[in-house]
Design a protein around this ligand. Structure first.
Ligand code: ATP
Length: 232
């Protein structure tokens, strides 16, 4: 059984249909990458998994259990944690307080504040610093750390590398194997295609609300991916 399944999911913003017949299976212990241009529907799909949007049709299954209408906080308790687009750390709280907020509905598991400081050593000297003063890369590390504090089985990451320096992006991706080793499956949305395809077990390419292509990255050609990305 897959950890997460979307079956024929249609999602609307009022009259506007943003997702058409989305079907994906995310296997436990893998990185599943969603790529595609601006407005293709990637964030909408993540919000549907997090419970911020309810599909009008289709099913969302987590560990075999239908969760279509389950509220977001219950999904966190089940083991679905989010790293939202634009980081969204709590600006007036310190780094350490932000991490503790992530543990509010935590499950049992390996992730503690100390484990996060070990994963992202750059956060250690900043622990008493207010989050509003951090750089974009530090905030992204903190947002991932905060999501991990819930000890998720599935972590949802939106636009991981958007606006970050290449050296920071590298550091974030270097943390992925440690997450997987600790039992966390990763569903990541990216526009930086090259980077994410080196770590992904499966990729789905979104185009105008539909999945134009999906498969195992090593089995797809650059031409296929480019065509699906741009719709040519
Ligand atoms: P981006 O990289 O820009 O976030 P995306 O692939 O994540 O792109 P979505 O944000 O999921 O795309 O948007 C999919 C479509 O839904 C777009 O046409 C967008 O304009 C529309 N949309 C997104 N949020 C809303 C909203 N709150 N109300 C109405 N339409 C929305």
């Amino acid at each position: 059984m897959s950890l997460l399944e979307l079956e024929g999911v249609n999602v609307f913003y009022e009259d506007f249909q943003a997702l058409y017949d989305i079907t994906i299976s995310v296997e436990e212990g893998e990185v599943f990458a969603c790529i595609g241009a601006n407005g293709a529907g990637k964030s909408t799909m993540l919000k549907t998994v997090a419970g911020l949007l309810i599909p009008r049709e289709g099913r969302v299954l987590f560990d075999g259990q239908p969760i279509n209408t389950m509220p977001p906080y219950k999904r966190v308790e089940l083991g679905i944690s989010s790293v939202p687009e634009g980081r969204r750390v709590f600006p007036s709280l310190t780094v350490h307080e932000n991490l503790l907020m992530g543990a509010y509905r935590k499950r049992k598991g390996p992730w503690t504040a100390d484990a996060i400081y070990e994963l992202f050593p750059l956060l250690q000297p900043l622990r008493r610093r207010q989050a509003s003063g951090l750089s974009g890369g530090e905030q992204q590390a903190l947002a991932i750390g905060r999501a991990l504090m819930a000890n998720p089985r599935l972590i949802l990451m939106d636009e991981v590398s958007l606006g970050l320096a290449p050296v920071v992006i590298k550091r974030i991706y270097e943390a992925f194997p440690t997450l997987l080793e600790n039992g966390c499956t990763i569903l990541v949305v990216e526009q930086d295609v090259q980077h994410v395809l080196t770590v992904a077990g499966h990729v789905a390419c979104f185009l105008e609300g539909r999945i134009a292509l999906q498969g195992i990255p090593s089995e797809l050609s650059n031409e296929q991916i480019t065509a699906a990305y741009f719709g040519v």
